[in-house]
Design a protein around this ligand. Structure first.
Ligand code: HEM
Length: 458
């Protein structure tokens, strides 16, 4: 019998491929999640070769941690992501690698600690109260509502300025950019944006709009004599590297703003979207969340401290991100050198594919009805006890390893505050009974959008 350690990528199970894998690439463009889901029954490490590229899907949390945490220094982001986003993400922490990434990450961390983020709570609730006060009971497009609220939150926390009438255009621009990025992701090459191809003009327009919006705020700040701003832009401009004393360059400040603006709004909006659907579809759970919100807040606007005192509401948000992780797939990495995991030697250049969508619904890690909405998974069985144990690496809505989401505390606080303010005002009811179909559009969106009936709470 062959020793475990002598296994290589070639020994891993895989589906046979034809035509150099071109049909797989086409299938990925149509439905990426379906392609990865078909890999799952073959094992915990499953191979696929497309156009000469070796990839491996990882379906076991322990193996995933071995790669993403223990071998983090052997990984870089799959360059396709940065390539299709390059024009917008510039040299930001989301795309840089090596020493530059380390320096940026180290410098940015203090701006995103739980304590620092708590300081943005009032800017967050100002945005949410302002947006929600304008909502009338009846059928409401939840996509438009959450997109507006989270964009206003990021605008106020970055620049201390409401997004105002730019929201619709900016939200539309982000949408266009996400759609085109995804469409480009599974073409063998990215064609230059100046080519007169379908979609390219819309992409250029959307890019210009966002650039203009951000540049306007940053230029105004640079021109102003007032140095005492406590918002995120103020922080970014004064951050200093403890090791070298360096500050971020003006271009880096701009790039980090753009990333926060993009990464920081659509993801949170998407998580809230699925959460609102799940509560609407589970009125009994919704009623228990009202009771908690009413008991803790007694009608007040929530603060950062309150957000930590709403365990059931928090559990519903966590469970929504389990069933519908906003970043459901494509946390793809490339190996920079050979590594051995689970007794298998994976060669340098292999693509490692990580799919929260599948990990989060796998009955091996979620034995209690994995497809069902059960927030109690994240709650202790009784007061004073720890919540039930979840295998490490099986719940990764914010990723894992050193490149875990920089904005996770920001996102959790923002979502909790918005959710509490929404429930103080409205009861959420479904329109029709069919569950929305998830569709991967960079983030995992409900196909055709989501409309709910909002009834005023008496
Ligand atoms: C529910 C909301 C959010 C979700 C689900 C989410 C998810 C993620 C995930 C999965 C990653 C890792 C990607 C990878 O490993 O390839 C990531 C990275 C990142 N996120 Fe978030 N995110 C959210 C909100 C935010 C917010 C609000 C911000 C900023 C204000 C933010 C900023 C970032 C940045 C800068 C990175 C890159 C970190 C690095 O590469 O070092 N995210 N996010």
């Amino acid at each position: 019998m062959r020793a475990m350690t002598s296994q290589t990528w070639n020994d891993l199970p895989s589906h046979p491929t034809r035509w150099w894998g071109l049909p797989v690439l086409a299938a990925m463009r149509r439905d990426y999640l379906a392609v990865v889901t078909a890999q799952r029954p073959l094992g915990n490490l499953v191979a696929q070769r497309v156009l000469g590229e070796r990839s491996v899907d990882v379906f076991d949390p322990a193996l995933l941690r071995a790669i993403m945490v223990d071998h983090a220094d052997a990984l870089i982001r799959w360059q396709r992501g940065p390539e299709v986003f390059a024009d917008l993400m510039g040299q930001s922490v989301l795309v840089t690698e090596g020493a530059t990434w380390q320096r940026q990450r180290r410098m940015l961390m203090p701006a995103f600690t739980p304590k620092r983020v708590a300081g943005y709570a009032t800017l967050m609730t100002d945005a949410a109260v302002h947006g929600l006060d304008a909502v009338r009971p009846g059928a409401v497009s939840m996509d438009a509502l959450f997109s507006h609220l989270t964009m206003d939150v990021i605008s106020r926390t970055l620049f201390s300025t409401p997004i105002g009438r730019d929201t619709a255009a900016a939200a539309q621009a982000v949408q266009v950019l996400s759609e085109t990025a995804l469409a480009e992701m599974f073409w063998p090459v990215t064609l230059p944006d100046w080519l007169p191809l379908p979609g390219k003009a819309a992409k250029r327009r959307a890019g210009r709009l966002l650039h203009g919006l951000l540049a306007q705020h940053i230029d105004a700040r640079r021109a102003s004599a007032d140095a005492g701003h406590t918002d995120l832009l103020g922080m970014l401009m004064t951050l200093r590297d403890d090791a070298t004393g360096e500050t971020l360059s003006p271009q880096e400040v701009y790039d980090q703003c753009m990333v926060s603006f993009q990464a920081g709004h659509e993801t949170s909006a998407t998580a809230l979207l699925w959460w609102s659907w799940l509560l609407a579809a589970h009125p009994a759970i919704q009623a228990r969340v009202y009771d908690e919100v009413d008991a803790v807040l007694a009608g007040r606007v929530p603060t950062a401290d309150d957000a930590g005192a709403l365990p059931l509401l928090s559990a519903t948000l966590k469970e929504a991100m389990r069933l519908y992780p906003p970043v459901a797939a494509m946390l793809t990495r490339r190996l920079t050198r050979d590594i051995t995991v689970g007794g298998v030697r994976l060669p340098a250049r292999t693509l490692v594919r990580v799919t929260p969508w599948l990990l989060h619904r796998d009955p091996r890690w979620w034995p209690d009805e994995p497809q069902a909405f059960k927030p109690e998974r994240f709650l202790p069985a009784s007061a004073g006890q720890a919540p039930p144990e979840i295998p490490r690496g099986a719940y990764i809505p914010f990723g894992l390893g050193p490149r875990v989401c920089l904005g996770q505390h920001f996102a959790v606080l923002e979502m909790t505050l918005i959710a509490a303010l929404l429930l103080q005002r409205f009861e959420l009811r479904p329109v029709g009974s069919a569950a929305p179909k998830p569709r991967l559009a960079v983030t995992l969106r409900p196909e055709g959008g989501l409309t709910l009936r909002l009834a005023a709470r008496s």
